[in-house]
Design a protein around this ligand. Sequence first.
Ligand SMILES: Nc1nc2c(ncn2[C@@H]2O[C@H](COP(=O)(O)OP(=O)(O)OP(=O)(O)O)[C@@H](O)[C@H]2O)c(=O)[nH]1
Ligand SMILES: [Mg+2]
Length: 253
Amino acid sequence: MSRKKTMKGKGSSKSSTSSPNNNKDTGKSGRGIGASAPSNGVVYPSRPSLSNSGEFYDIAFKVMLVGDSGVGKTCLLVRFKDGAFLAGSFISTVGIDFRNKVLNIDALKVKLQIWDTAGQERFRSVTHAYYRDAHALLLLYDVTNKASFDNIKAWLTEIHEYAKQDVVLMLLGNKADATHERVVKREEGEKLAKEFAVPFMETSAKSGLNVELAFTAVARELKHRSQKESDEPTFQLEDYVNKEMKSAGCCRT
Ligand SMILES: Nc1nc2c(ncn2[C@@H]2O[C@H](COP(=O)(O)OP(=O)(O)OP(=O)(O)O)[C@@H](O)[C@H]2O)c(=O)[nH]1
Ligand SMILES: [Mg+2]
């Protein structure tokens, strides 16, 4: 099976106004408004390799992190990518940024190109342009911030308007470690997720709770969808998440 390669590490800042569709896949990560984005769509294993040095991969997907400013999108991505927590002062994302990570799923190397969007209202139009290329969306709220939870319905409306109809969606209640500051109960998150029929879990970028699971579950769903023969049963993302959480005694890092 031929494999593609992806560049490692974080790329340099870019501030062009290019659209998400008209750039080449450099495999690098970007930062700032209109950071250069790769070309569209799933990358299939049968296509020839790129020449960039770095990790090989068989198939690639775009995952976008969305939600209010301060809910922990950047920290979640850094935790997943580097295994570290960005403690200290809060630096709000400007525009959009991305990082790549290759996961091993059933002997296949699945590259996730993860887009970290700015939650601030003033960057909303930038984010809108990226929705249509996303294969999956992780929608975050902060369990210590009621407004971020109340805004989830508005985010879902926006997703409905701008994202692909079959986008894989998961709701994450982040900062689950902050027990004393919590104002949104887990049951409230579960109820909302049920209402909108989306898988749900609480996460913590600080402790690492469920971070790996959230991204892996999405990668499994996307991989399954892209390789599924028409007579195969569908992968049940929600069942997978619930089973994994149970087998890990509710939650895991
Ligand atoms: N206790 C706790 N704090 C967190 C967690 N995740 C993020 N934070 C803190 O929350 C603040 C905001 O985190 P960011 O990841 O920068 O938030 P963001 O969603 O990327 O914000 P924007 O870029 O403005 O959209 C920072 O001070 C983080 O240290 C978490 O899981 N637990
Ligand atoms: Mg951010």
